[in-house]
Each structure stands twice: as C-alpha cells, then as structure tokens.
Design a protein around this ligand. Structure first.
Ligand SMILES: [Cu+2]
Length: 162
C-alpha cells in the first residue's frame, strides 16, 4: 500500500466518527425533544417579585392535594430558605412544584427525584416529580445566593403508605 493512501485511511478513521458522534447526538436530542416530548423545566409565567407575597399561590405557600396521589406545592425561595421548608407526601405521589424567588437567583435541586430548576425573581418555574420510595429527600439551593447559601435547604418527607 502506498504511504499516501495509508494516511488517508487513518484520517478517515478519525473524521468519520467525529462526524457521526455529533450527528448521533443531534438525532438523540431531536428524538428526546420532539418524539418523547422531554423538555427542560422552564419559565411558565411571570410574577412581580415586589408583590409576590400577595400573589397566589405564593401568598400561602404550602402543600395542597389536588387529586388522589397528586399534590401541588406553591414555593417561595428567599435568602436563605425555602417556604415551605418541609413537604410531606405519601409514597407514590406526584408533586407539582410552582416556585419563584422573592429576592435573588436561587435554584431548586432534589437529588434522586429528577428536580433541578433555576428559581429566578420575576419568573415562575414549574417542575413535577414522582416520589415512589419512602424517605427524606433534601431540597437544595444550587445557585450561589450569598453568604449563607450553603445553609439553604429543606426536605421532602415521603411517608410509607399504610
Ligand atoms: Cu439560594
């Protein structure tokens, strides 16, 4: 085999995967977004952060049962806590979180529950999660929001079904 041909094949062995990989990722992204309808949790509405404490559902933050096994949580994030800071639901529940911030940029991250959303003042974020396994799930702020950011946490308590 001529030397020039060998180099060409060697280059081809790198070029083809480097095209196939991003194309494969784009196809996976398109199938996920348009086929399976999976999207990032995003802004679903706006609220004036100055009047958020008087705007439903944030005027009475808390857990509300909306149907059997379905709960809705109106949640306010502020430096350096979540209101409500503790959420209790029975195992197997789906929880719909409606979250906004009173002051600065926060985040809401619940490990093992597929909740990871930005919480911005002026924007309402919506995310839902199903809690099948009983236990305590921490709710963490994952955006640096000031000197006591590391203390900003709450918990979801999933109680076993009797
Ligand atoms: Cu925070």
């Amino acid at each position: 085999m001529k030397r020039g041909t060998t180099i060409y094949l060697y280059e081809l062995a790198w070029i083809l995967p480097s095209i196939a990989l991003p194309v494969g990722m784009l196809v996976a992204l398109a199938v996920t977004a348009f086929g399976a309808g999976i999207h990032l949790p995003s802004e679903v509405g706006r609220v004036n952060p100055l009047h958020v404490a008087a705007t439903p559902p944030f005027d009475a933050p808390g857990v509300k049962q909306i149907a059997p096994g379905q709960y809705e949580v109106g949640m306010l994030a502020q430096i350096w806590s979540f209101t409500p800071g503790e959420i209790r639901v029975p195992a197997g529940s789906t929880v719909h979180f409606w979250v906004t911030s009173k002051d600065v940029v926060h985040g809401l991250f619940i490990p093992h529950a597929n909740v990871n959303v930005m919480v911005l003042p002026g924007q309402i974020a919506h995310v839902e999660a199903r809690f099948d396994r009983p236990g305590e799930y921490p709710m963490l702020c994952h955006e640096y929001c000031g000197i006591a950011h590391h203390t900003m946490a709450g918990k979801v308590i999933v109680e076993p079904r009797s």
